[in-house]
Design a protein around this ligand. Structure first.
Ligand SMILES: *Cc1c(COP(=O)(O)O)cnc(C)c1O
Length: 407
């Protein structure tokens, strides 16, 4: 028997006693972080290879973002949209320009951006396409992850996300991911949108077959359907380009953005599109008390400014090549497959060796933070400030963890 609990054990016990168990966190209690590194309550340091699911793309406490947010804290933080404030216009203009679109509809969380995109698509369907009242359908992909609200889990294919949360919102049709023919077959006169992740994050960093996104674009054009790209995790630099859709030269009708848009400081999400689509929303039809608040805009502007130089996208592309070439060395040595793009990888560990959860726990012992997605897959998504040496540290650690299991 241990005589006393560690600070880590105490902190975990209090959290477990006092929070609903909607997560099963890895046993690390973070108290500080900077750049690609976090420190736990016992002073141990870890390389963060998850980056809050890409919400910390620019590193923990990125100095430019923190400075912008601190300055804004001394001015004004919240007005609600009942009034104008002086940062909403600049933020929206700069974000729209980054995306090459006309308009921005600001929200807070990713799930809200998805809900917003669905509402916009339905309204566009009735008012522009002429879909019969209450018949609009949206085509989505198997293995999707778009958030946790009732409507969003209504078209999840993960039983854990859905069980005992019905009745579900109607109006969705699920087709296999990466199969454009299935979309072509599913489109009918009620279809208002195809909603897909250009790379499926939660599903294990699943990259669709080459040509898929451009085929979806062509189908949407030919059949008068909106292409809604959920770039909440894939966008804003992670894959080596501003948006993952760029890898196929595709421009969706609506971008759904979140996670990194708040610079790892505050929740900021947005739907970005052209006037002929986003323009269907009028006062009172949609909104959020906190959406587009001054503090969020300060963080978002700093993020957009950083992305407009191209530096971060290039860093993600270059470092991503290194990450993927190092990971490919592990294939056949405990790793059965690696997918991804830029600084983003799904690593399938040989299920005979260990689960993704066990790999994540073992990597904690090596000072590396990663997270399993499902089964024996782990996801690597370090902040874009990571260095080549730090990538080597992480991949070497994974190699040790696998060989300790006999790989
Ligand atoms: C995380 C995520 C969401 C949901 O974002 P929240 O901020 O957690 O609501 C939606 N879509 C994708 C692709 C995501 O990765």
């Amino acid at each position: 028997m241990t005589t006393h609990a560690t600070r880590t054990d105490d902190a975990i016990a209090l959290a477990e006693r006092s929070t609903a168990h909607n997560y099963h966190p890895l046993p690390v209690v973070v108290t500080e972080a900077e750049g690609a590194w976090v420190t736990d309550v016992e002073g141990r340091r870890y390389l963060d290879f998850l980056a809050a699911y890409s919400a910390v793309n620019f590193g923990h406490r990125n100095p430019e973002i923190v400075a912008a947010v601190k300055a804004q804290l001394d001015r004004v933080t919240l007005t609600s949209r009942a009034f104008h404030h002086d940062l909403l216009g600049p933020f929206a203009r700069e974000l729209a320009d980054l995306a090459g679109k006309h308009l921005v509809l600001p929200m807070n969380t990713g799930a809200e951006a998805v809900e917003t995109g669905l509402k916009v698509a339905r309204k566009w369907g009735y008012e522009v396409k002429g879909v019969p009242a209450d018949r609009a359908t949206v085509i989505v992909a198997e293995g999707n992850f778009h958030g946790r609200t009732i409507s969003v889990v209504s078209f999840s294919t993960d039983p854990v996300a859905r069980t005992h949360f019905g009745p579900f919102t109607p109006g969705f049709e699920v087709v296999p991911y990466g199969d454009a023919t299935a979309i072509a077959d599913a489109i009918d006169e009620t279809t208002v949108a195809v909603l897909v992740e250009p790379i499926q994050g939660e599903s294990g960093v699943v990259v669709p077959p080459a040509g898929y996104l451009s085929q979806v674009r062509q189908l949407c054009d030919a059949r008068q359907v909106l292409f809604v790209a959920d770039e909440i995790q894939s966008g804003l630099g992670r894959t080596g380009t501003t948006f993952a859709c760029e890898h196929e030269g595709v421009v969706p009708d609506l971008y759904l953005l979140g996670k990194a848009l708040g610079g790892g400081v505050v929740p900021v999400s947005a739907v970005v599109g052209n006037r002929d689509v986003l323009g269907v929303i009028h006062p009172g039809e949609h909104g959020s008390t906190f959406g587009g608040n001054p503090l969020a805009c300060a963080a978002g502007r700093a993020v957009v400014a950083m992305l407009s130089t191209g530096h971060w996208q290039r860093a993600a592309a270059e470092l991503g090549e290194h990450l993927h070439s190092r990971l490919s060395e592990l294939v056949g040595r405990g790793v059965v497959g690696v997918r991804g793009r830029g600084l983003w990888a799904g690593v399938d560990i040989d299920p005979a060796l260990m689960t993704g959860r066990e790999a994540s726990e073992a990597l904690i012992g090596e000072g590396i933070l990663v997270k399993d997605t499902h089964g024996s897959t782990i996801r690597l998504a370090p902040p874009l400030v990571v260095t080549r040496d730090e990538i080597d540290l992480a991949v070497d650690a994974l190699g040790r963890v696998l060989s300790a299991r006999g790989a």
